[in-house]
Design a protein around this ligand. Structure first.
Ligand SMILES: C[S@@+](CC[C@H](N)C(=O)[O-])C[C@H]1O[C@@H](n2cnc3c(N)ncnc32)[C@H](O)[C@@H]1O
Length: 303
């Protein structure tokens, strides 16, 4: 899995620029436009929260766990609905930002949460974090399914019978390059090739590796859960990324000063340059080419 240091790289480094660009308590996962791109980003994120709410039941008196809670958008929604939310993240900047908004957030590994950690929950959600739970090295060691199965077992242990788990995650898409040719995925691969874009995406999310398909996830969820519904959000994610890029690019003096403060890192770290300043949106291209896809999965605990 991506460890603390890798997640600090992906999320804490951009903390202030993210909050200045998107706002406090903003989402950093695919929004739910349902193809209606006349919606604003905020409306589409709100629609996603309402969908999660309908699917897993967020209501006064209910306790909900958010695994990989980011800057706290779902936890804030849970609070607005009169329910109790608990979140975990491995980004110290995200945890601090959430706590400034009085959200109950812990710097804790989502893969380790058990009933002894925070007690039981009526429902669990995880948006955009599953991508980080297995690394390429763990995949190569044949451990990917064992990791996912262990996670589903622990989540099931937190829930009552028929308790629900909402999982939103990227997976590899139907045009993913064959796994036997993975050694071609390299930043020195031909510019513009699938392997090059996949390598760039990998630099932004070090330590992370995607599920091979939604079927793999559903298989690992058994016998703890059955899959209630599954919807692809690939096109919605493309629009979300377009909006993020627009917001990140909006000029402001505060952002300029923050970017200037990152110049020494830019000068000294090739990883940083490749991850954040390559000038291309590797994620968008990977979605467009269907090297990756994106799913909203609803699971119900087996009785
Ligand atoms: C793409 S962000 C999504 C944040 C949030 N769920 C949202 O929708 O805005 C991924 C989140 O997963 C968290 N994460 C990844 N791996 C984790 C782990 N093993 N334990 C806890 N949090 C983790 C990151 O720290 C980050 O908060």
């Amino acid at each position: 899995m991506a460890d603390r240091e890798e997640l600090e790289f992906t999320y804490s480094l951009i903390d202030r620029i993210f909050r200045l660009s998107m706002g406090e308590l903003a989402d950093f996962s695919g929004a739910k436009y349902d193809g209606d791109f006349s919606l604003t980003l905020e409306q589409a994120q709100r629609r996603k929260h309402e969908y999660v709410c309908e699917q897993i039941g967020i209501a006064p008196g209910r306790r909900v766990l958010d695994l990989g809670c980011g800057w706290g958008p779902l936890l804030n929604f849970i609070r607005e609905r009169g329910a109790t939310g608990v979140g975990v993240t491995l980004s110290s900047a995200q945890a601090a930002a959430c706590r400034r908004h009085h959200l109950d957030v812990h710097l804790y590994d989502a893969r380790q949460v058990s009933r002894n950690t925070f007690g039981g929950f009526d429902a669990v959600a995880s948006l955009g974090a599953f991508e980080h739970f297995c690394s390429l090295a763990e995949h190569r060691a044949g451990r990917q399914e064992e990791i996912y199965r262990g996670l589903f077992a622990r989540i099931a242990g937190l829930l009552p019978a028929r308790g629900r788990f909402y999982l939103q995650t990227m997976v590899f898409g139907r045009n993913m390059i064959p796994l036997e040719t993975l050694e071609q995925v390299d930043v020195h691969a031909e510019r513009g090739s699938d392997a090059w874009y996949l390598a760039l995406m990998g630099r932004q999310f070090p330590g992370s590796w995607l599920p091979l398909s939604q079927e793999q996830i559903a298989r690992c969820a058994q016998p703890y859960f059955h899959l209630v519904s599954s919807v692809s959000g690939r096109l919605d994610y493309l629009e979300t990324i377009r909006q993020w890029r627009r917001r990140f690019a909006e000029p402001s003096l505060s952002k300029l000063l923050l970017k200037l403060a990152l110049v020494p890192r830019w000068l000294t770290s090739a990883d940083f340059r490749l991850a954040f300043t390559s000038g291309v949106s590797a994620n968008s291209v990977c979605f467009e080419r269907e090297l990756v896809d994106h799913y909203r999965l609803v699971f119900e605990k087996a009785v």
